[in-house]
Design a protein around this ligand. Sequence first.
Ligand code: SF4
Ligand code: SF4
Length: 495
Amino acid sequence: MFELFHFPGGVKPASHKQESSGTPIAKAPLPPLLVMPFRQNATGAAAIAVKAGDRVLKGQRIGSAEGAFGTPVHAPTSGMVRAIEERMLPHPSGLPSTCALIEPDGTDEWVERIPLDPFAANLAQVRERIRDAGIVGLGGAAFPSHVKTKAAIDTLIINGAECEPWITCDDRLMRERAAEIVVGARILGHLMGAKRILFGIEDNKPEAAQALRDAQGECDSGSCQVVPVPTLYPAGGEKQLIRVLTGIEIPYSKLGPDFGVQCFNVGTAYAVTRATLHGEPLVSRILTLAGNYERPGNFEVLIGTPADALLPLGAPKPDTDRIVMGGPMMGFPLPDRSVPVVKATNCLLAMSPALFPPPLPEMPCIRCGACTRVCPIILQPHELYWYAKSKNFGKTQEYHLFDCIECGCCAYVCPSRIPLVDYYRFAKAEIRAREKEKAASDRARERYDFRLYREEREKEEKAARLAARSAETKAKLANEDTAKIAAAQTRADNA
Ligand code: SF4
Ligand code: SF4
Protein backbone atom coordinates (compact mmCIF):
# COMPACT_ATOMS: atom_id res chain seq x y z
CA MET A 1 0.00 0.00 0.00
CA PHE A 2 1.50 3.32 -1.09
CA GLU A 3 1.50 5.91 1.71
CA LEU A 4 0.04 9.24 0.64
CA PHE A 5 0.34 12.59 2.38
CA HIS A 6 -1.78 15.75 2.38
CA PHE A 7 -0.87 19.20 1.22
CA PRO A 8 -2.30 22.21 3.05
CA GLY A 9 -5.46 23.90 1.81
CA GLY A 10 -6.98 23.16 -1.57
CA VAL A 11 -10.54 23.29 -2.91
CA LYS A 12 -12.90 20.93 -4.69
CA PRO A 13 -14.52 22.69 -7.66
CA ALA A 14 -16.78 20.64 -9.96
CA SER A 15 -14.38 18.81 -12.29
CA HIS A 16 -16.39 18.83 -15.58
CA LYS A 17 -13.96 16.32 -17.06
CA GLN A 18 -16.48 14.00 -18.69
CA GLU A 19 -17.65 16.67 -21.14
CA SER A 20 -14.45 16.46 -23.19
CA SER A 21 -12.74 13.22 -22.15
CA GLY A 22 -15.04 10.74 -23.86
CA THR A 23 -13.78 10.95 -27.43
CA PRO A 24 -10.34 10.10 -28.86
CA ILE A 25 -7.80 12.76 -29.75
CA ALA A 26 -8.55 14.13 -33.24
CA LYS A 27 -6.00 15.75 -35.51
CA ALA A 28 -6.69 19.43 -36.15
CA PRO A 29 -6.49 20.34 -39.86
CA LEU A 30 -3.74 22.57 -41.23
CA PRO A 31 -4.74 26.23 -40.88
CA PRO A 32 -4.22 28.61 -43.83
CA LEU A 33 -1.51 30.46 -41.87
CA LEU A 34 0.63 29.53 -38.86
CA VAL A 35 1.83 32.24 -36.49
CA MET A 36 4.96 30.90 -34.81
CA PRO A 37 6.22 33.05 -31.92
CA PHE A 38 9.98 33.08 -31.34
CA ARG A 39 9.24 33.56 -27.66
CA GLN A 40 7.52 30.57 -26.07
CA ASN A 41 8.15 31.24 -22.39
CA ALA A 42 9.47 33.75 -19.88
CA THR A 43 13.08 32.53 -20.15
CA GLY A 44 13.70 34.32 -23.46
CA ALA A 45 13.11 34.39 -27.20
CA ALA A 46 14.89 32.29 -29.82
CA ALA A 47 17.17 34.08 -32.30
CA ILE A 48 15.47 34.39 -35.70
CA ALA A 49 17.05 31.99 -38.22
CA VAL A 50 14.78 32.51 -41.27
CA LYS A 51 13.54 35.38 -43.38
CA ALA A 52 10.49 36.18 -45.43
CA GLY A 53 10.52 34.18 -48.65
CA ASP A 54 12.32 31.12 -47.21
CA ARG A 55 10.83 27.69 -47.79
CA VAL A 56 10.85 25.61 -44.61
CA LEU A 57 10.26 21.96 -43.86
CA LYS A 58 8.27 20.59 -40.96
CA GLY A 59 10.56 20.40 -37.93
CA GLN A 60 13.17 22.73 -39.45
CA ARG A 61 14.71 25.04 -36.86
CA ILE A 62 13.53 28.60 -37.52
CA GLY A 63 14.73 30.12 -34.24
CA SER A 64 17.95 29.18 -32.42
CA ALA A 65 18.37 28.69 -28.70
CA GLU A 66 19.97 31.68 -26.96
CA GLY A 67 21.83 31.27 -23.67
CA ALA A 68 21.67 28.48 -21.09
CA PHE A 69 17.87 28.72 -20.74
CA GLY A 70 17.07 29.18 -24.42
CA THR A 71 15.14 26.71 -26.53
CA PRO A 72 14.81 26.73 -30.31
CA VAL A 73 11.55 26.90 -32.23
CA HIS A 74 10.72 24.85 -35.32
CA ALA A 75 8.48 25.14 -38.31
CA PRO A 76 5.26 23.24 -37.44
CA THR A 77 4.74 22.20 -41.07
CA SER A 78 6.35 22.69 -44.46
CA GLY A 79 5.61 25.87 -46.35
CA MET A 80 6.73 29.40 -47.07
CA VAL A 81 7.73 32.06 -44.55
CA ARG A 82 5.53 34.94 -45.61
CA ALA A 83 6.72 37.49 -43.03
CA ILE A 84 8.52 38.03 -39.77
CA GLU A 85 6.44 40.47 -37.79
CA GLU A 86 5.07 41.46 -34.41
CA ARG A 87 1.88 39.64 -33.43
CA MET A 88 -0.14 39.54 -30.26
CA LEU A 89 0.61 36.51 -28.05
CA PRO A 90 -1.68 34.56 -25.73
CA HIS A 91 -0.51 36.26 -22.56
CA PRO A 92 -2.44 38.29 -19.98
CA SER A 93 -0.43 41.35 -21.01
CA GLY A 94 -1.63 41.04 -24.62
CA LEU A 95 1.75 42.44 -25.66
CA PRO A 96 3.05 41.66 -29.15
CA SER A 97 6.15 39.60 -29.89
CA THR A 98 8.08 38.63 -33.02
CA CYS A 99 6.54 35.74 -34.95
CA ALA A 100 7.22 33.89 -38.21
CA LEU A 101 4.13 33.75 -40.41
CA ILE A 102 4.24 30.44 -42.29
CA GLU A 103 1.89 29.57 -45.12
CA PRO A 104 1.57 25.76 -45.21
CA ASP A 105 2.12 24.09 -48.60
CA GLY A 106 -0.15 21.20 -47.64
CA THR A 107 2.51 18.45 -48.02
CA ASP A 108 3.59 18.43 -44.34
CA GLU A 109 7.06 17.40 -45.51
CA TRP A 110 9.44 16.61 -42.64
CA VAL A 111 13.03 17.71 -42.33
CA GLU A 112 15.40 14.71 -41.97
CA ARG A 113 14.60 13.05 -38.63
CA ILE A 114 17.57 11.38 -36.94
CA PRO A 115 16.70 9.03 -34.07
CA LEU A 116 18.96 8.83 -31.03
CA ASP A 117 19.17 5.85 -28.69
CA PRO A 118 18.90 7.64 -25.34
CA PHE A 119 20.28 4.68 -23.41
CA ALA A 120 23.34 4.22 -25.64
CA ALA A 121 24.20 7.90 -26.17
CA ASN A 122 26.03 9.83 -23.47
CA LEU A 123 23.93 11.97 -21.14
CA ALA A 124 25.14 15.29 -22.57
CA GLN A 125 24.02 14.17 -26.05
CA VAL A 126 20.55 13.28 -24.78
CA ARG A 127 20.19 16.63 -22.99
CA GLU A 128 21.33 18.38 -26.13
CA ARG A 129 18.71 16.47 -28.12
CA ILE A 130 15.99 17.53 -25.67
CA ARG A 131 17.12 21.15 -25.94
CA ASP A 132 17.45 21.02 -29.74
CA ALA A 133 13.95 19.59 -29.98
CA GLY A 134 12.65 22.72 -28.22
CA ILE A 135 11.07 20.74 -25.38
CA VAL A 136 9.63 22.76 -22.53
CA GLY A 137 7.32 21.78 -19.68
CA LEU A 138 3.90 21.19 -21.23
CA GLY A 139 2.02 21.43 -17.95
CA GLY A 140 1.81 25.21 -18.21
CA ALA A 141 5.06 26.90 -17.16
CA ALA A 142 6.95 25.98 -20.38
CA PHE A 143 10.28 25.94 -18.53
CA PRO A 144 13.11 24.46 -20.67
CA SER A 145 13.21 20.71 -19.91
CA HIS A 146 16.91 20.17 -20.67
CA VAL A 147 17.75 22.51 -17.78
CA LYS A 148 15.61 20.47 -15.38
CA THR A 149 17.34 17.23 -16.40
CA LYS A 150 20.67 18.43 -14.99
CA ALA A 151 19.54 17.66 -11.43
CA ALA A 152 20.69 14.47 -9.71
CA ILE A 153 17.66 12.98 -7.97
CA ASP A 154 16.24 9.91 -6.22
CA THR A 155 12.61 10.25 -7.26
CA LEU A 156 11.19 11.27 -10.60
CA ILE A 157 7.53 12.26 -10.56
CA ILE A 158 5.56 12.19 -13.79
CA ASN A 159 2.66 14.54 -13.30
CA GLY A 160 -0.61 13.27 -14.72
CA ALA A 161 -2.76 14.84 -12.01
CA GLU A 162 -4.39 17.36 -14.36
CA CYS A 163 -6.31 18.92 -11.48
CA GLU A 164 -7.72 21.97 -13.24
CA PRO A 165 -11.45 21.57 -14.02
CA TRP A 166 -12.57 21.05 -17.64
CA ILE A 167 -9.08 20.22 -19.02
CA THR A 168 -8.58 16.62 -20.21
CA CYS A 169 -5.66 16.71 -22.69
CA ASP A 170 -3.32 14.83 -20.34
CA ASP A 171 -6.03 12.30 -19.54
CA ARG A 172 -6.52 11.47 -23.24
CA LEU A 173 -2.77 11.42 -23.87
CA MET A 174 -2.28 8.91 -21.04
CA ARG A 175 -5.15 6.73 -22.25
CA GLU A 176 -3.98 6.69 -25.87
CA ARG A 177 -0.17 7.02 -25.76
CA ALA A 178 0.78 5.51 -22.41
CA ALA A 179 3.68 3.41 -23.75
CA GLU A 180 5.49 6.47 -25.10
CA ILE A 181 4.94 8.34 -21.83
CA VAL A 182 6.47 5.46 -19.88
CA VAL A 183 9.48 5.36 -22.23
CA GLY A 184 9.89 9.14 -21.87
CA ALA A 185 9.79 8.75 -18.09
CA ARG A 186 12.50 6.09 -18.29
CA ILE A 187 14.67 8.40 -20.41
CA LEU A 188 14.23 11.27 -17.95
CA GLY A 189 14.90 8.96 -15.00
CA HIS A 190 18.04 7.66 -16.71
CA LEU A 191 19.28 11.24 -17.29
CA MET A 192 18.95 12.17 -13.64
CA GLY A 193 19.88 8.85 -12.04
CA ALA A 194 16.42 8.46 -10.47
CA LYS A 195 15.99 5.36 -8.31
CA ARG A 196 12.21 5.33 -8.69
CA ILE A 197 9.59 6.80 -10.99
CA LEU A 198 6.14 7.69 -9.69
CA PHE A 199 3.22 8.53 -11.97
CA GLY A 200 0.86 10.75 -9.96
CA ILE A 201 -2.69 10.74 -11.38
CA GLU A 202 -5.83 12.11 -9.76
CA ASP A 203 -8.23 9.29 -8.90
CA ASN A 204 -10.91 10.69 -11.25
CA LYS A 205 -8.93 9.28 -14.23
CA PRO A 206 -9.05 5.50 -13.72
CA GLU A 207 -8.72 4.71 -17.46
CA ALA A 208 -5.52 6.75 -17.73
CA ALA A 209 -4.05 5.09 -14.63
CA GLN A 210 -4.89 1.65 -16.03
CA ALA A 211 -3.35 2.48 -19.42
CA LEU A 212 -0.10 3.49 -17.71
CA ARG A 213 -0.14 0.33 -15.58
CA ASP A 214 -0.61 -1.76 -18.73
CA ALA A 215 2.30 0.08 -20.40
CA GLN A 216 4.68 -0.51 -17.55
CA GLY A 217 6.21 -3.42 -19.42
CA GLU A 218 8.18 -0.56 -20.97
CA CYS A 219 9.68 0.08 -17.54
CA ASP A 220 12.68 -2.22 -17.11
CA SER A 221 12.46 -2.51 -13.33
CA GLY A 222 9.94 -2.58 -10.53
CA SER A 223 10.83 1.00 -9.77
CA CYS A 224 7.96 2.49 -11.81
CA GLN A 225 4.69 2.93 -9.98
CA VAL A 226 1.34 4.43 -10.92
CA VAL A 227 -0.15 6.17 -7.89
CA PRO A 228 -3.71 7.53 -7.90
CA VAL A 229 -3.92 10.62 -5.70
CA PRO A 230 -7.09 12.15 -4.21
CA THR A 231 -8.88 14.62 -6.46
CA LEU A 232 -8.27 17.93 -4.73
CA TYR A 233 -7.31 21.12 -6.53
CA PRO A 234 -4.35 21.95 -6.96
CA ALA A 235 -2.93 18.43 -6.55
CA GLY A 236 -1.17 18.93 -9.90
CA GLY A 237 0.95 21.79 -8.60
CA GLU A 238 4.56 20.65 -8.49
CA LYS A 239 5.10 21.18 -4.76
CA GLN A 240 1.67 19.78 -3.92
CA LEU A 241 2.20 16.57 -5.90
CA ILE A 242 5.66 16.11 -4.38
CA ARG A 243 4.10 16.53 -0.95
CA VAL A 244 1.30 14.03 -1.64
CA LEU A 245 3.59 11.37 -3.09
CA THR A 246 6.68 11.70 -0.91
CA GLY A 247 5.65 13.62 2.19
CA ILE A 248 8.38 16.17 1.46
CA GLU A 249 7.37 19.78 2.15
CA ILE A 250 9.33 22.04 -0.17
CA PRO A 251 9.83 25.34 1.68
CA TYR A 252 9.67 28.85 0.23
CA SER A 253 12.31 29.59 -2.40
CA LYS A 254 13.38 25.94 -2.67
CA LEU A 255 12.76 23.48 -5.47
CA GLY A 256 12.18 19.73 -5.71
CA PRO A 257 15.78 18.88 -6.72
CA ASP A 258 16.99 20.42 -3.44
CA PHE A 259 15.27 17.41 -1.87
CA GLY A 260 16.12 14.81 -4.52
CA VAL A 261 12.82 15.04 -6.45
CA GLN A 262 12.06 16.33 -9.93
CA CYS A 263 8.69 16.63 -11.66
CA PHE A 264 7.75 16.52 -15.36
CA ASN A 265 4.35 16.63 -17.00
CA VAL A 266 3.13 13.53 -18.90
CA GLY A 267 3.09 15.56 -22.14
CA THR A 268 6.73 16.46 -21.63
CA ALA A 269 7.67 12.79 -21.12
CA TYR A 270 5.84 11.96 -24.35
CA ALA A 271 7.69 14.75 -26.21
CA VAL A 272 11.03 13.41 -24.94
CA THR A 273 10.28 10.01 -26.50
CA ARG A 274 9.35 11.61 -29.83
CA ALA A 275 12.50 13.76 -29.80
CA THR A 276 14.91 10.92 -29.09
CA LEU A 277 13.52 7.72 -30.58
CA HIS A 278 11.87 9.45 -33.55
CA GLY A 279 14.04 12.56 -34.00
CA GLU A 280 10.97 14.84 -33.94
CA PRO A 281 11.13 18.32 -32.42
CA LEU A 282 8.17 19.69 -30.50
CA VAL A 283 5.85 21.09 -33.18
CA SER A 284 2.47 20.01 -31.87
CA ARG A 285 0.63 19.31 -28.65
CA ILE A 286 -2.72 18.03 -27.38
CA LEU A 287 -5.22 20.74 -26.52
CA THR A 288 -8.69 20.59 -24.97
CA LEU A 289 -11.67 22.50 -26.32
CA ALA A 290 -14.10 22.51 -23.41
CA GLY A 291 -16.83 24.63 -21.91
CA ASN A 292 -19.54 26.18 -24.03
CA TYR A 293 -19.01 24.08 -27.20
CA GLU A 294 -21.38 21.84 -29.15
CA ARG A 295 -18.55 19.33 -29.72
CA PRO A 296 -15.97 19.55 -26.90
CA GLY A 297 -12.97 17.27 -27.20
CA ASN A 298 -9.20 16.97 -27.53
CA PHE A 299 -7.17 17.78 -30.61
CA GLU A 300 -3.58 17.33 -31.71
CA VAL A 301 -2.74 20.86 -32.78
CA LEU A 302 0.28 22.38 -34.49
CA ILE A 303 1.99 25.03 -32.37
CA GLY A 304 1.31 28.35 -34.07
CA THR A 305 -2.28 27.53 -35.07
CA PRO A 306 -4.40 30.65 -34.49
CA ALA A 307 -7.17 30.12 -31.94
CA ASP A 308 -9.82 31.28 -34.40
CA ALA A 309 -8.86 28.43 -36.74
CA LEU A 310 -9.37 25.91 -33.91
CA LEU A 311 -12.54 27.08 -32.23
CA PRO A 312 -14.85 25.92 -35.07
CA LEU A 313 -13.67 22.32 -34.42
CA GLY A 314 -15.55 22.45 -31.13
CA ALA A 315 -18.36 24.65 -32.49
CA PRO A 316 -18.77 27.30 -29.78
CA LYS A 317 -22.42 27.89 -28.89
CA PRO A 318 -23.90 31.22 -30.00
CA ASP A 319 -23.96 32.70 -26.48
CA THR A 320 -20.16 32.25 -26.07
CA ASP A 321 -18.81 35.59 -24.86
CA ARG A 322 -15.22 34.79 -23.76
CA ILE A 323 -12.44 32.36 -24.61
CA VAL A 324 -10.01 31.61 -21.82
CA MET A 325 -6.61 30.03 -22.34
CA GLY A 326 -6.24 27.38 -19.63
CA GLY A 327 -8.87 26.40 -17.10
CA PRO A 328 -11.31 28.44 -15.02
CA MET A 329 -8.95 28.55 -12.01
CA MET A 330 -5.64 29.58 -13.58
CA GLY A 331 -6.54 30.62 -17.11
CA PHE A 332 -6.80 34.12 -18.55
CA PRO A 333 -9.06 35.58 -21.23
CA LEU A 334 -7.54 35.59 -24.72
CA PRO A 335 -6.74 39.19 -25.67
CA ASP A 336 -7.85 38.38 -29.22
CA ARG A 337 -9.05 35.24 -31.00
CA SER A 338 -6.31 35.52 -33.61
CA VAL A 339 -3.55 34.68 -31.11
CA PRO A 340 -1.70 31.44 -31.79
CA VAL A 341 -1.45 28.26 -29.75
CA VAL A 342 1.93 28.18 -27.98
CA LYS A 343 3.68 25.26 -26.32
CA ALA A 344 2.00 26.10 -22.99
CA THR A 345 -1.56 26.16 -24.38
CA ASN A 346 -3.44 23.20 -22.90
CA CYS A 347 -7.03 24.39 -23.26
CA LEU A 348 -9.26 26.93 -24.94
CA LEU A 349 -12.20 27.20 -22.60
CA ALA A 350 -15.36 28.74 -24.08
CA MET A 351 -17.39 30.72 -21.59
CA SER A 352 -20.94 32.00 -21.63
CA PRO A 353 -22.83 34.09 -19.05
CA ALA A 354 -24.96 31.03 -18.26
CA LEU A 355 -22.08 28.59 -17.77
CA PHE A 356 -19.66 31.03 -16.13
CA PRO A 357 -21.64 33.95 -14.72
CA PRO A 358 -19.63 37.18 -14.83
CA PRO A 359 -18.11 38.08 -11.44
CA LEU A 360 -20.28 40.20 -9.19
CA PRO A 361 -18.87 43.53 -7.99
CA GLU A 362 -15.91 43.32 -5.66
CA MET A 363 -16.62 44.05 -1.99
CA PRO A 364 -14.23 45.10 0.78
CA CYS A 365 -12.15 42.42 2.49
CA ILE A 366 -13.81 41.38 5.75
CA ARG A 367 -10.69 39.54 6.97
CA CYS A 368 -12.63 36.30 7.32
CA GLY A 369 -9.49 34.21 6.74
CA ALA A 370 -11.16 31.84 4.26
CA CYS A 371 -8.42 32.54 1.71
CA THR A 372 -5.67 31.64 4.19
CA ARG A 373 -7.31 28.32 5.02
CA VAL A 374 -7.31 27.12 1.39
CA CYS A 375 -3.91 28.44 0.29
CA PRO A 376 -1.78 25.38 -0.56
CA ILE A 377 1.44 27.37 -0.08
CA ILE A 378 0.42 28.61 3.37
CA LEU A 379 0.63 32.24 2.29
CA GLN A 380 -1.54 35.00 3.66
CA PRO A 381 -3.55 35.94 0.58
CA HIS A 382 -5.46 38.83 2.19
CA GLU A 383 -2.19 40.47 3.28
CA LEU A 384 -0.75 39.99 -0.20
CA TYR A 385 -3.91 41.53 -1.62
CA TRP A 386 -3.73 44.50 0.71
CA TYR A 387 -0.07 45.26 -0.09
CA ALA A 388 -0.51 44.65 -3.84
CA LYS A 389 -3.52 46.98 -3.90
CA SER A 390 -1.63 49.71 -2.06
CA LYS A 391 1.41 49.14 -4.33
CA ASN A 392 3.60 48.33 -1.37
CA PHE A 393 5.58 45.86 -3.46
CA GLY A 394 8.39 45.49 -0.93
CA LYS A 395 5.88 44.13 1.56
CA THR A 396 4.36 41.75 -1.02
CA GLN A 397 7.82 40.26 -1.44
CA GLU A 398 8.25 39.96 2.32
CA TYR A 399 4.99 37.98 2.26
CA HIS A 400 6.46 35.66 -0.42
CA LEU A 401 4.46 36.92 -3.39
CA PHE A 402 6.67 34.98 -5.81
CA ASP A 403 5.86 31.69 -4.08
CA CYS A 404 2.21 32.18 -5.01
CA ILE A 405 1.42 29.66 -7.78
CA GLU A 406 -1.66 31.65 -8.86
CA CYS A 407 -3.84 28.59 -8.27
CA GLY A 408 -6.87 30.78 -7.55
CA CYS A 409 -8.05 28.82 -4.48
CA CYS A 410 -8.16 32.03 -2.44
CA ALA A 411 -10.28 33.89 -4.98
CA TYR A 412 -12.54 30.82 -5.36
CA VAL A 413 -13.60 30.96 -1.70
CA CYS A 414 -13.48 34.73 -1.11
CA PRO A 415 -16.97 35.85 0.04
CA SER A 416 -16.14 39.42 -1.03
CA ARG A 417 -15.49 38.18 -4.61
CA ILE A 418 -12.12 39.90 -4.74
CA PRO A 419 -10.20 38.82 -7.85
CA LEU A 420 -7.16 38.17 -5.68
CA VAL A 421 -5.00 36.54 -8.36
CA ASP A 422 -5.37 39.59 -10.60
CA TYR A 423 -3.84 41.68 -7.82
CA TYR A 424 -0.94 39.21 -7.43
CA ARG A 425 -0.29 39.15 -11.18
CA PHE A 426 -0.33 42.93 -11.25
CA ALA A 427 2.17 43.12 -8.36
CA LYS A 428 4.46 40.51 -9.95
CA ALA A 429 4.40 42.30 -13.31
CA GLU A 430 5.17 45.65 -11.65
CA ILE A 431 8.06 44.21 -9.64
CA ARG A 432 9.51 42.49 -12.73
CA ALA A 433 9.16 45.69 -14.78
CA ARG A 434 10.91 47.72 -12.08
CA GLU A 435 13.68 45.15 -11.76
CA LYS A 436 14.13 45.19 -15.53
CA GLU A 437 14.26 49.00 -15.49
CA LYS A 438 16.76 48.96 -12.65
CA ALA A 439 18.91 46.36 -14.41
CA ALA A 440 18.83 48.50 -17.59
CA SER A 441 19.79 51.65 -15.68
CA ASP A 442 22.53 49.73 -13.80
CA ARG A 443 23.88 48.53 -17.15
CA ALA A 444 23.73 52.09 -18.55
CA ARG A 445 25.55 53.42 -15.49
CA GLU A 446 28.20 50.69 -15.77
CA ARG A 447 28.67 51.56 -19.45
CA TYR A 448 28.98 55.27 -18.56
CA ASP A 449 31.48 54.58 -15.74
CA PHE A 450 33.48 52.36 -18.04
CA ARG A 451 33.55 55.04 -20.73
CA LEU A 452 34.82 57.62 -18.21
CA TYR A 453 37.46 55.17 -17.02
CA ARG A 454 38.49 54.38 -20.61
CA GLU A 455 38.69 58.09 -21.54
CA GLU A 456 40.75 58.78 -18.40
CA ARG A 457 43.05 55.87 -19.17
CA GLU A 458 43.46 57.01 -22.79
CA LYS A 459 44.26 60.53 -21.57
CA GLU A 460 46.90 59.17 -19.21
CA GLU A 461 48.37 56.91 -21.88
CA LYS A 462 48.50 59.82 -24.32
CA ALA A 463 50.22 62.05 -21.74
CA ALA A 464 52.72 59.28 -20.98
CA ARG A 465 53.40 58.81 -24.69
CA LEU A 466 53.94 62.59 -25.16
CA ALA A 467 56.22 62.75 -22.12
CA ALA A 468 58.26 59.79 -23.41
CA ARG A 469 58.48 61.32 -26.85
CA SER A 470 59.59 64.70 -25.44
CA ALA A 471 62.19 63.01 -23.20
CA GLU A 472 63.42 61.07 -26.22
CA THR A 473 63.68 64.30 -28.26
CA LYS A 474 65.47 66.08 -25.43
CA ALA A 475 67.93 63.21 -25.06
CA LYS A 476 68.48 63.16 -28.83
CA LEU A 477 69.11 66.93 -28.91
CA ALA A 478 71.44 66.68 -25.92
CA ASN A 479 73.33 63.85 -27.68
CA GLU A 480 73.57 65.94 -30.86
CA ASP A 481 74.84 68.93 -28.87
CA THR A 482 77.43 66.78 -27.14
CA ALA A 483 78.57 65.38 -30.51
CA LYS A 484 78.75 68.89 -31.99
CA ILE A 485 80.82 70.14 -29.03
CA ALA A 486 83.11 67.12 -29.26
CA ALA A 487 83.56 67.66 -33.02
CA ALA A 488 84.32 71.40 -32.47
CA GLN A 489 86.77 70.46 -29.73
CA THR A 490 88.44 67.96 -32.07
CA ARG A 491 88.65 70.57 -34.85
CA ALA A 492 90.15 73.13 -32.39
CA ASP A 493 92.70 70.62 -31.13
CA ASN A 494 93.74 69.76 -34.70
CA ALA A 495 94.11 73.45 -35.80
S1 SF4 B 1 -11.36 35.48 1.75
FE1 SF4 B 1 -11.62 37.51 0.87
S2 SF4 B 1 -12.73 38.63 2.45
FE2 SF4 B 1 -11.91 36.81 3.45
S3 SF4 B 1 -9.93 37.49 4.27
FE3 SF4 B 1 -9.53 36.64 2.26
S4 SF4 B 1 -9.58 38.40 0.90
FE4 SF4 B 1 -10.58 39.02 2.78
S1 SF4 C 1 -3.40 32.06 -5.68
FE1 SF4 C 1 -1.54 32.27 -4.44
S2 SF4 C 1 -2.22 33.17 -2.55
FE2 SF4 C 1 -4.05 32.39 -3.56
S3 SF4 C 1 -4.32 30.34 -2.75
FE3 SF4 C 1 -3.10 30.11 -4.60
S4 SF4 C 1 -0.98 30.17 -3.92
FE4 SF4 C 1 -2.24 30.96 -2.23
